[in-house]
Design a protein around this ligand. Sequence first.
Ligand code: ZN
Ligand code: ZN
Length: 354
Amino acid sequence: MNNLEKYLTLLNGEVDGLLLTSRYSRFYGAQYDIAEGVAIVTKAGCRYFTDSRYIEAAQKGIQGFQVLETNRENPYNDLLNRAIADFGVTTLGYEEGYLSVAEFLDYEKNLNAKLVSLHSKIAGFRAVKEPWELDRMRKAQEITDQAFAEVLPRIKAGMTEKQVQAELIYCLYKNGGENLSFDPIVVSGPNTSLPHGVAGDRVLQEGDFITLDFGVLWGGYCSDMTRTVALGYATDEMKKVYETVLAAQQAGISATKAGVLGRDIDAAARAVITEAGYGAYFGHGYGHSLGLEVHENPNCNPKGDVPMKVNMVCSAEPGIYLPGKFGVRIEDVVIFTADGCEDITKSPKNLIIL
Ligand code: ZN
Ligand code: ZN
């Protein structure tokens, strides 16, 4: 079943059309990325609307949809209402998670169909990846691993976090990244206790931990990895915390296979950190799904009550954060298989001291 056929399975009486407004859902259904547009999916036909900036690319690249141009004479809502009439649509499933209130109110007022919230079902198809999607994620991760190897020799005492961030971004693009999957996190010394700290003007010193959390898009799909390295030397406490986080990640990865609940994977990793006495310092969840977006569902956190399936993808990123001192996070991305998982992050995980 291709992705558009998956969407068609939602048209079962509750709704007879889908209104695809987010870039992600349009990409997924059309298997082609257009920055701006709107698409409508029905059993009687599918149409994709975009403006003159994208129309040529859309007409060449999009399969399965009739592609039409929006312009001053043909605003989006008129084109949608024409499709609603032509295809006999009465109820449209929409993506409430991606629409602003203003956009929703505009659709509700002007479209000649009843709107039904359907975000989680539309986005839900993306949780289990197709083989071609997994290949893109492996490629995105390969670029990210290569960038990590190339940035390490560039990191020196006396540089600022922002300068390291700039080098990292350069290495990500140089190795083929199409875009950043998020602003890379580069924090050093006491700033490493901030799980999502922002790179600033702090100058790197010997004895610092440096946490790098970064990823790229390739073919529209995200990578995401974290490594914590030491500069010059690491104290015994730093080494102990590092080894605890690494053991927790390995426990999580060992518990990862199809059929297991996300919360059980989180618990396997969390137990290692709790037993070492650092339970209070691991505040976030163990992992999140990713794909077209860097954070998707389902999650492997204490609330994760969904049995994970073959070809779902999840990050494995336990951490320990000691306020005012330092923090450590190590993050890989794994693909669920029937009897375990494939770790697509290949960078070394032993403590690297630069
Ligand atoms: Zn990350
Ligand atoms: Zn992550």
